[in-house]
Design a protein around this ligand. Structure first.
Ligand SMILES: [Zn+2]
Ligand SMILES: [Zn+2]
Length: 286
């Protein structure tokens, strides 16, 4: 049976969302993240009640501790173009609806791009889009703003920008917003988890607050520190190396925070995740 801890992975929904709980079990995980649709298409398929019921039955029959959806890559809630923003806000609302139907804990979202270079306005639009979706799906999942690699006009690649988005979401909706901390994104965005590990968390606490981190994406990086290039690598095999993960896995404050891999899957889609989870669990000193 599965090992009960807070570790898991992004798993495939090929063949239907109801396959996800079983796939998590195959890699000894009780935590997982999924896409609830094709992430590179605008089409928002209606999740039938039958599929949702099968998913809930699969999840109920297993030990599942935490589940998240990752939103579509096309959604841009920071867009200065009204039509694209509207389309994004509608699509994001559908993300929350599907996650609610499945009973998922959270929807992870990339804050998008202020393609006109006006980041302050992009941040305001992002907060408005998040608030609108939370309002429309009142009993639904939490929204986790993912720290991005900070490339080009992308929003959310600094702690200050995450803090600002959260601050701009009005109460009571702000209480349903948290942060997803991606270690690869942080590193390539210039947060020195190797040379200044403690300093990174001090700055996180001084800005958005580490208590808001509700999910980790544990990824090593193929690309260099500060490069803003988002290329994920297996744990300990990239430019981050093993040490930051050792410290994270032994951190008391983050012990109960769910952590999912988004590392390369390899040929069979299972072995690489299993190996990465074994590596992470092996780092734990207690
Ligand atoms: Zn992401
Ligand atoms: Zn990520």
């Amino acid at each position: 049976m599965s090992t009960v801890d807070e570790l898991g992975a992004h798993v495939s929904v090929a063949g239907g969302v109801e396959r996800a709980p079983g796939r998590a079990a195959e890699i000894d995980a009780v935590v997982f993240q999924i896409f609830t649709k094709q992430p590179n298409r605008w089409a928002d398929p209606v999740l039938g009640e039958d599929a949702a019921a099968r998913f809930r039955a699969e999840a109920a029959g297993r030990e599942i501790a935490y589940t998240a959806a990752h939103d579509s890559y096309l959604i841009n809630l920071s867009s200065p173009q009204p039509a694209l923003w509207r389309r994004s806000a509608d699509s994001f609302g559908r993300e929350l609806e599907r996650a609610a139907i499945l009973g998922l804990n959270a929807v992870v979202t990339h804050p998008g791009n202020a393609t006109d270079g006006d980041r302050a306005s992009g941040i305001e639009r992002n907060a408005a889009g998040v608030a609108e979706a939370l309002e429309a799906v009142p009993a639904g999942p939490r929204v986790l703003l993912e720290l991005t690699a900070g490339a080009g006009t992308s929003v959310g690649g600094t702690f200050e920008e995450l803090a600002r988005i959260i601050q701009l979401v009005p109460e009571p909706h702000r209480g349903r917003v948290g942060v997803c901390f991606d270690t690869c994104h942080a590193w390539v965005a210039g947060m020195d988890l190797c040379g200044d590990y403690d300093g990174v968390w001090l700055r996180a606490d001084d800005t958005f607050g580490t208590h808001r981190i509700e999910l980790f994406h544990l990824n090593d990086a193929k690309s260099a520190f500060g490069s803003h290039l988002d290329r994920h690598e297996s744990i300990g095999k990239g430019t981050l190396g093993i040490e930051p993960f050792r410290r994270l896995m032994n951190s008391d404050r983050f012990r109960a925070v769910p952590k999912v891999l988004e590392t390369p899957k390899g040929d069979d889609g299972v072995s690489a995740d299993r190996e990465n989870l074994v590596v992470l669990r092996g780092l734990r000193l207690r």
